[in-house]
Structure formats: C-alpha cells, structure tokens
Design a protein around this ligand. Structure first.
Ligand SMILES: Nc1ncnc2c1ncn2[C@@H]1O[C@H](COP(=O)(O)OP(=O)(O)OP(=O)(O)O)[C@@H](O)[C@H]1O
Length: 289
C-alpha cells in the first residue's frame, strides 16, 4: 500500500480569543490525501483552512489528533524537503532581484542546480533581473512558488496563493501550477475562489466552522449541491432595471411545479450554489470542550 501524502486523524485546534474565551479553529478533522492528488480547501473566512494548512506544515501543533506527511511528522517532512509551501504572508527581500532571491534560497537548500529549472517552471525566466519591489503582486507570488519548488518537494501546499492577483495573473499562475501538477506533484491549496477549485482541483474539501462539511470529487460536489441551472430568456416586457416582474415569475413557478421543477431562481448556480448551500448555516464556531 502506498503511504498517503497526508494522513490527518481527529485534528483539533483551539485558540484563546481576545475576550478570554476559546475559538475552535479546527474541529475533528480527518483527511487522507494520496500522492498525486490535487485538492482544494474551500470555505468562508474563518472556516479553519489556514489553521489546517499550518498543522500540515508543522507550523502549529494540533491540540488533539495526529497528522503525518508521507508517513512522518510534518516538521520532519519539511526538513527532508518532501513538502514546501506558498503562504499568504511571508517576506521577500525587496532589494534582491528575482534571480538573486532564488539563488540565495537555493544555496540554503543546497540545491543551486535547480535555479534555472524553478525560474522556468514559475515562468520567471524573463523577469530574472527585475528587483523584487518592482514585481507585481502576481509576479511575487510566482517567485514564492519558485522558491517552494527548490527542494523538488513531493507535496506543495498553497494558502490562498492568488490573493490580490487580477484575473490574468491568476490564470497565468494556475497555468504554471497545472504544468507542475502534471509532473506528479501532490498539490493542496486553500482558496476563497470557487472558480479555482472548480477549474483546478480534482477533489474539493469544503470547510465550515472548523469542520469538513463535504469532501468529494469537485464535479460531485457541484452535482450534489449545485444541481443544474436551466436558463431561459424571459419576454422583454417582464424585465426592468430592478429584475424580473414578481407576478410573472410566480406564474412561471406555478407552471413548472407539476413538472417537478423546484427552486426556480434567477441566478447562476454551479459550485457557488454548492458552497452557499453548504455554508449557509449560522452556527457559531463551537466553544472549547
Ligand atoms: N492565532 C490565533 N489566535 C486566535 N484565533 C485564531 C488564531 N488563528 C486563527 N484563529 C481563529 O480561528 C478561526 C479559523 O481561522 P483560519 O485562519 O484557520 O480560517 P481560514 O479558513 O483560513 O480563514 P480565511 O479564509 O479568512 O483566511 C477563526 O475564527 C480565526 O479568527
């Protein structure tokens, strides 16, 4: 049997809140990720994505439960170069050029042989001589990605890697990632962007209030909760700037009801609908046990 890239069992992590109470950030999370999988962690603000990622990387220890990365502790896996990360925060040195940054970190890893490869993989070869401070947010994220690839890790963990990027930069980033994933790396990423999970991840883990509320093939998540949306063009006279005439919409609903059609709505569905359905409850984050 192959050793999973990630095996987490009963993970729990609570923090002390400012009012002296406790916030359960991650609550009884079980997760197994096999080598070569591409998994999206999706969830609203405060769902527990970053805390889970931090535990995966050995940056935070769980209060309860256990976590193994390639059969060893996260810290050990990081030390062995099996896993590396692109985090939301984390400084780059403004005065260095892109290439100087990569060379400096490559030397620390003892992997100076990989400088050209990672510059190329992150599509930074043309920007090698640019100072970091002159790079756009998207280019800086790609630089972080290049640094994460230096140890040639089997698992790359990305925490909201495209935050702050415009659409073009996001697409460019994911193109580079996709190429890398095709080479067999395991990729786990946390995101707010439903479209990123939809387009890029084979599997989506939906988190809410510190728990995994759904874990399935991304297409299944969409199919199970998003359903399918049937769109049609209403006659022009029932549409004005405020939307569709309510009486007309009510008549459409009544007409469709005998056909078993429910939830007629005038909006897009897809993974977004799944996300909303799964995270719509207003339960507060649980208090510490
Ligand atoms: N160091 C900390 N001290 C206190 N509370 C924390 C700490 N880190 C996280 N939390 C709380 O734990 C919960 C989960 O936070 P986490 O950052 O893991 O969520 P997230 O899903 O990554 O959110 P976001 O999408 O906003 O980054 C939140 O309520 C957060 O306020």
């Amino acid at each position: 049997m192959t050793t999973p890239a990630i095996r987490a069992t009963g993970l729990r992590k609570a923090f002390r809140s400012t009012d002296g109470g406790a916030v359960v950030a991650v609550d009884d999370v079980d997760l197994v990720v096999q080598p070569g999988e591409i998994v999206a962690f999706l969830g609203p603000n405060g769902a527990g994505k970053t805390t889970t990622v931090d535990m995966l990387l050995g940056l935070t220890a769980p209060d309860e439960g256990s976590i193994e990365v390639y059969g060893t502790s996260p810290a050990d896996a990081v030390r062995q170069g099996l896993v590396s990360a692109v985090m939301q925060t984390g400084g780059l040195l403004n005065d260095f050029t892109v290439e100087e940054t990569v060379r400096a970190i490559a030397a620390l890893h003892g992997r100076s042989d990989r400088v050209e490869v990672v510059l190329d993989r992150a599509r930074l070869a043309d920007l090698a001589g640019r100072r970091v401070e002159a790079c756009s947010g998207g280019e800086q994220q790609r630089l972080k990605f290049a640094l994460a690839l230096l140890p040639d890790p089997d698992l790359v963990v990305l925490d909201e890697p495209t935050t702050g990027m415009d659409v073009g930069a996001r697409q460019e980033f994911w193109r580079a990632m996709r190429e890398d994933a095709a080479l067999g790396r395991t990729i786990v990423f946390a995101t707010h962007y439903l479209a990123e999970a939809d387009e890029f991840a084979e599997r989506t883990v939906l988190m809410n209030h510190g728990r995994i509320v759904h874990d399935a093939a991304t297409t299944d998540v969409r199919a199970a909760y998003g359903g399918r949306t049937l769109t049609f063009r209403p006659p022009a006279e029932v549409v004005d700037t405020d939307g569709i005439d309510a009486d007309w919409l009510a008549r459409v609903r009544t007409a469709l009801e005998p056909l078993g059609v429910t939830d007629v709505d005038v909006s897009a569905a897809s993974l977004e609908a799944a996300f909303l359905a799964l995270t719509a409850d207003n339960e507060p984050i649980g208090a510490a046990r």
